[in-house]
Design a protein around this ligand. Structure first.
Ligand code: 5MM
Length: 348
């Protein structure tokens, strides 16, 4: 048994505590710059730092956010007045997490498919992050649906990487968030997404088992079973909730500590509505807590309102807190039109 087993179990439980979820703010510099650029903000290290300060100093964020996933640059940064972000988080009771993969790269021999890299030197990086104060980690694998893909080769390579990463994390005291994302891009149907997600999850758990990963000391971060973005027939909220929970029931061991979904390009309100419907219908039957680990579906309104200007800071923080609150409510199956509308007077 790992030296850290008890600590890992406690951290994993805290990450999926009632009414809370994980905030993903681990965009690599390229992705973060792209998001800043889209709303006309300078793509510099200082603006990335200022934006992350806005997020982490949002008053009362800890009411809905149990932990936040940082990027390597961010975990080393501080607020303008010199307080390390790690201290801001731990003072607020938000658990620091860290993205440790080094990105999804084109997979040799598999046109149109990606494999995630980052195992080289990972044991040492985990030791450094643990010593800095991180208590969980994240690794994202990407599965693309298209003509003749995903291939077995791609699913297996990614599942193996996720499992090797997860075991190294548990050895070093970090709870692994295992994130196999089946992309929403494409015109595939809900049924096709179900089939690919089920195959992916079954393969991932087979590899996690083979690599001796303790399921009760990890969090699964899956995509929802949803219609492709360009599919003419878009599944309803209840259809997405039913298909997603059924798919997880068929492929995820009951001992997994928790499930925290990614938003994957869904609209803010869709992401809240889907999570809410799953909890309304299945909280009593599902063996795991179902919560969120969203990036875009929490951050987007705040980023758009901020525009890089100090004068917009307070509005941006209110918008961020609002989305966190909506998703916290969805975790409890209590996301209603009233909760969603609470902030309308502020934004009007
Ligand atoms: C799928 O992306 C993850 C969840 O975000 P969404 O809720 O927006 O789908 C997210 O943690 C993601 O891994 C990072 O934002 C992407 O970082 P990269 O490594 O692509 O820069």
């Amino acid at each position: 048994m790992s030296t850290y087993a008890q600590e890992l179990r406690a951290t994993a439980q805290a990450m999926v505590a009632p009414g809370k979820g994980v905030l993903a703010m681990d965009e690599s510099n390229g992705t973060c710059n792209k998001r800043l650029g889209k709303v006309g903000i300078d793509q510099t290290e200082e603006m990335r730092r200022t934006y992350r300060e806005l997020i982490l100093t949002t008053p009362n964020l800890e009411n809905y956010i149990s932990g936040a996933i940082l990027y390597d640059e961010t975990i080393r940064q501080s607020t303008k007045d010199g307080t390390p972000f790690l201290k801001v988080m731990t003072d607020a009771g938000i658990i620091p997490g860290i993205k440790v993969d080094t990105g999804a790269k084109d997979m040799a021999g598999f046109p149109g498919e990606k494999v995630t890299e980052g195992l080289d030197g990972l044991r040492d990086r985990i030791a450094e992050y643990y010593q800095m104060g991180a208590r969980f980690a994240k690794w994202r694998a990407v599965i693309t649906i298209g003509d003749g893909i995903p291939s077995r080769g791609c699913i297996e390579a990614n599942a193996h990487g996720l499992a090797r990463y997860a075991k190294l994390c548990q050895e070093g005291g970090l709870v692994p968030i295992v994130e196999p994302e089946v992309l929403i891009d494409g015109d595939h149907t809900l049924e096709r997404c179900y089939q690919v997600t089920e195959e992916t999850l079954r393969t991932v758990f087979n590899q996690l088992y083979t690599q001796r990963v303790a399921f009760d000391q990890m969090i699964l971060k899956p995509s929802m079973v949803i219609s492709g973005k360009d599919c003419p027939n878009q599944a309803s909220v209840n259809e997405v909730a039913d298909a997603t929970v059924q798919c997880l029931m068929n492929s995820v061991p009951a001992s997994v500590a928790g499930v925290a979904f990614l938003s994957g390009g869904q609209s803010n309100q869709q992401a809240s509505a889907h999570l809410n419907a799953m909890n309304v219908k299945y909280a009593d039957q599902a063996p795991w807590t179902l919560t969120f680990s969203y990036a875009r579906a929490i951050q987007q309104p705040a980023l758009e309102a901020w525009k890089g200007k100090e004068s917009n800071l307070s509005l941006a923080q209110k918008l961020l807190l609002h989305r966190a609150k909506c998703n916290g409510a969805a975790h409890e199956g209590q996301y209603t039109p009233e909760v969603e509308k609470e902030l309308e007077p502020v934004t009007a």
